[in-house]
Design a protein around this ligand. Structure first.
Ligand code: AMP
Length: 383
C-alpha cells in the first residue's frame, strides 16, 4: 500500500500530510514547521490540536476517499498520528503520495488479534492470548488461559477503552457485554513488576535509533507518568532494545514505533502493545533529547538522516487529563513557577474526564528527582 516511492530526500519547504489531528500530530507539526516544512492535517474534526498549528486543516470523514486522494495529492508524503485510520483511507492516500509507515503496518497494529498473531509468529514474546468471536469462544478461552484474564476489543481500542478484567467465571457475561459482544482478544492477566516501553525509529535504509527504555505508570488504564530512563537492569535494557529492533525490522517500519512491555518479576519481558507512531511515553523527548520522537518521525518520512537521540538530562513526564478542570481552571501560573518543568497544552476545546489535555515534563539531576518535580508541579496545577 506504500506503493509510491519516495523521491528522497523530501526537503524543507515541502508539505507533509498527517492523517489524524490530535496532540501527536500537533507536536509533529511543531517539529516539522521548525524545520521549514508545511503541514497539512486530515480528520473529521475542526479546530483540532494539529489543525491549530498546521498550514492547512482539512475536515472530512476518513471514508471520503476522493477527499483523501485530493489531500494526498497536495503533499510530498503522508504519515499518521492515529493508527485507527481505516485501511482504505491509507490505501487511497497511497495512490497519490508515499505513505510512511506503510498501510500494512497500520493494518496489523490497529487490530489486537492481528498484532498479537504477527508477534507470536515472529517468535517475539507476547502475552498469552486467544481470539474471541462469540460468547462460547470466551468461555473456552477463559478455561484455556485461566483467570484472571483481560478481555479487550480487537479493534479501535486505546487507553484502556473496551477492556474488562475478568476475575471469576461469573464475570464472563458482564465482560462480553462490556466489549459490545464483538470480536475481541482474551489475554492472561500479567502480574508485572512494572511497565516499560521503548520508542524507536527506522529509516528507509534500515537505520535504527531508539530513545532508551522508560518506565510507565498507568492510572485507570491510562498512562499517567513516564520516567526516563527506567531504573531496570542492563539485561532488561538490552532485551527491550533487541525486541524493539526486531519489531521494526519485521514490520519494515519507516517512521516511529513504540513497543509497550510488561516486565515480569523474573526479569523477562512480554510485549503488551505496539503503536506505529510517536507515543505518549516518548513525549519527554520533546524537551529532553537533542532530537525528539516527532522530529525523528519527520526525518524518517522525508528520508533525512536521523538526529542524535542523546538525552540531555533525566526526565519525567506527567499527563494532564480533563479531570484537572473539575475544580475550575488549573493554576497555570503556579505550575509555570518551577523553572525545570515544561508545560505542554494541546489546545483541546473541551476538558472531559480521561481526555489527554496536556502534559508536564521535568528535567533534573536524577530520574527520581525529575519524578518528584513533575508530580509537585502537577499538584500545584491542581491548586
Ligand atoms: P492497553 O490499552 O492494552 O495498553 O492496556 C492499558 C493498561 O491496562 C496497560 O498498560 C496495563 O496497565 C493494563 N493491562 C492491560 N492488559 C493487561 C494484562 N494482560 N495484564 C495486566 N494488566 C494489563
Amino acid at each position: 500500500m506504500s506503493g509510491r516511492h519516495l523521491k528522497s530526500p523530501i526537503l524543507p519547504g515541502s508539505a507533509i500530510g498527517v492523517l489524524g489531528s490530535g496532540q501527536l500530530g500537533r507536536m509533529f507539526a511543531m517539529a516539522a514547521r521548525r524545520m521549514g516544512y508545511r503541514v497539512h492535517t486530515y480528520s473529521p474534526d475542526e479546530d483540532t490540536p494539529t489543525g491549530q498549528v498546521a498550514d492547512l486543516e482539512v475536515t472530512s470523514p476518513y471514508d471520503d476517499l476522493d477527499a483523501v486522494r485530493e489531500f494526498a495529492s497536495c503533499v510530498s508524503a503522508v504519515t499518521f498520528e492515529f493508527e485507527n485510520v481505516p485501511a482504505e483511507t491509507a490505501a487511497a492516500a497511497a495512490e497519490c503520495a508515499p505513505v510512511r509507515p506503510g498501510g500494512d503496518v497500520l493494518h496489523i497494529a490497529q487490530h489486537r488479534f492481528r498484532e498479537k498473531t504477527f508477534l507470536a509468529n515472529a517468535g517475539l514474546p507476547v502475552t498469552p492470548f486467544r481470539h474471541v468471536e462469540t460468547f462460547e469462544d470466551l468461555e473456552i478461552a477463559g478455561l484455556q488461559l485461566g483467570l484472571p484474564a483481560v478481555l479487550k476489543t480487537a479493534g479501535f481500542g486505546y487507553d484502556g477503552k473496551g477492556q474488562f478484567t475478568i476475575h471469576t467465571g461469573s464475570e464472563l457475561s458482564d465482560a462480553w457485554k462490556h466489549v459490545g459482544e464483538r470480536e475481541a482478544v482474551l489475554e492472561s492477566f500479567i502480574d508485572f513488576e512494572r511497565e516499560v516501553s521503548i520508542v524507536a525509529a527506522r529509516s528507509e535504509h534500515g537505520e535504527f535509533v531508539h530513545f532508551g527504555v522508560v518506565e510507565n505508570r498507568h492510572h485507570n488504564h491510562i498512562l499517567d507518568i513516564t520516567i526516563a530512563p527506567a531504573c531496570v537492569s542492563e539485561n532488561v535494557k538490552r532485551d527491550a532494545i533487541e525486541i524493539a529492533h526486531e519489531v521494526l525490522e519485521k514490520l519494515d517500519v519507516v517512521g516511529v514505533l513504540c513497543v509497550e512491555f510488561f516486565l515480569r518479576r523474573d526479569g523477562s519481558l512480554l510485549i503488551n502493545e505496539l503503536a506505529p507512531r510517536p507515543h505518549n511515553s516518548g513525549h519527554f523527548t520533546f524537551d529532553a533529547n537533542i532530537t525528539s520522537q516527532f522530529e525523528q518521525q519527520l526525518r524518517a518520512v522525508c528520508g533525512l538522516p536521523f538526529g542524535s537521540v542523546r538525552q540531555l538530562a533525566p526526565a519525567a513526564m506527567a499527563n494532564i487529563l480533563g479531570e484537572m478542570w473539575q475544580q475550575g481552571e488549573p493554576d497555570w501560573a503556579a505550575a509555570a513557577s518551577a523553572p525545570n518543568v515544561k508545560l505542554h497544552l494541546y489546545g483541546k476545546l473541551e476538558a472531559r474526564p480521561g481526555r489527554k489535555m496536556g502534559h508536564l515534563t521535568a528535567l533534573a539531576a536524577t530520574p527520581d528527582q525529575a519524578l518528584k518535580d513533575v508530580q509537585a508541579a502537577r499538584r500545584l496545577l491542581a491548586g
